[in-house]
Design a protein around this ligand. Structure first.
Ligand code: FO1
Length: 306
């Protein structure tokens, strides 16, 4: 079975890693959100791509989920001393990624080429593709005005109330090299437990999946568990947009796209209200084994669907 995983952020990276433990490289492609990308300190930063690649490579910081394990912060401390903006934490090892990506992009390489080369260097065997090689930037409209995503997320700690989202550059953005082929050869798509509003919606907006879904199974793993998220602001966003955060709200969010959904055991009662096939299991991924177990159960669930 050829599987496509859509991911962004830490939860998405964990399930992508679970899938990569089970599926051979030729059967799994991970398409990653680039709406979080931004330019900072003159560098081209792709947080979700790096989170997925570092996680698949076993290089991710186990405490934060983003950035590198065994990180040091000498450059950041010295930047701060010089008066540089210090709200976005770039570790020394991580900085090498941004420096080299910036150099390559400035030299005319595409983000997908850079990602392919970095994955090879880090020993990532599965294919990881940015959703687009063109810039798409998530803008968050809040009660304090519109903010670029990282300003909202990291600088403002997701404090402003969200009103809506806009994906700048979407109208001229195409899927990255290899994305269309990956969708065409896929038998199923797993929407990882990433933020529906700011991690998955930008990917869906670029991919235009509607023409493919008649022949594809699309399964989402809910990032909302008992009304909360393990990490990140998805539940807060649902609430601020006037929707009670729940696995049911996630199912509704993806509307006609889904063939099935995976929800946490804590939501077993709520699952009875979901009108599509639903797998109820433990979706919290605390260990590397949890990731593989959830991936395995999700694949079995897909196999059981008509
Ligand atoms: N998230 C934070 O909350 N604070 C940070 O200082 C921070 C730095 C950072 C550096 C590199 C990187 O790849 C990711 C980083 N993140 C940080 C995470 C990132 O901004 C968000 O998790 C994603 O954009 C949301 O999916």
């Amino acid at each position: 079975m050829n599987l496509l995983a859509l991911a962004g952020g830490v939860g998405g990276a964990k399930l992508a890693h679970g899938l990569a433990q089970i599926l051979p490289p030729e059967n799994l492609t991970v398409i990653v959100n680039t709406g979080d990308d931004f330019e900072h300190l003159g560098l081209r930063i792709s947080p979700d791509l790096d989170t997925v690649c570092y996680t698949l490579a076993g290089l991710a910081n186990p405490d934060t989920g983003w950035g590198r394990a065994d990180e040091t912060w000498n450059a950041m401390a010295n930047l701060k001393r010089l008066g540089a903006p210090d709200w976005f934490n770039l570790g020394d090892r991580d900085l090498a990624t941004h420096l080299e990506r910036t150099r390559r992009l400035n030299a005319g390489q595409t983000l997908s080429q850079v990602t392919r080369d970095f994955c090879a260097a880090w020993g990532v065997k599965h294919t990881v593709l940015p959703m687009s090689d063109d810039p798409v930037r998530t803008m968050v409209d809040t009660d304090e005005g519109e903010l670029p995503f990282q300003e909202y997320f990291v600088h403002r700690h997701c404090e402003p109330r969200v009103k809506s989202f806009r994906f700048e550059g979407l109208s001229t953005a195409s899927p990255a090299a290899g994305v269309r082929e990956a969708v065409e050869s896929a038998d199923a798509i797993i929407i990882c437990p990433s933020n529906p509003w700011v991690s998955i919606d930008p990917i869906l907006a670029v991919l235009h999946l509607s023409s493919f879904i008649s022949r594809l199974s699309v399964i989402a793993v809910s990032p909302i568990i008992a009304g909360k998220t393990v990490k990140g602001p998805a539940a807060k966003m649902f609430a601020e947009l006037g929707i009670e955060p729940s696995a049911l709200a996630v199912a509704d969010h993806y509307e006609n796209l889904l063939t099935g959904i995976v929800v946490d055991s804590l939501d077993s009662e709520l699952a009875k209200q979901i009108r599509i096939p639903t797998l109820v299991t433990n979706t919290i991924m605390q260990t590397v084994e949890d990731r593989a177990r959830l991936a395995h159960e999700t694949l079995q669930f897909i196999g059981s669907l008509p």
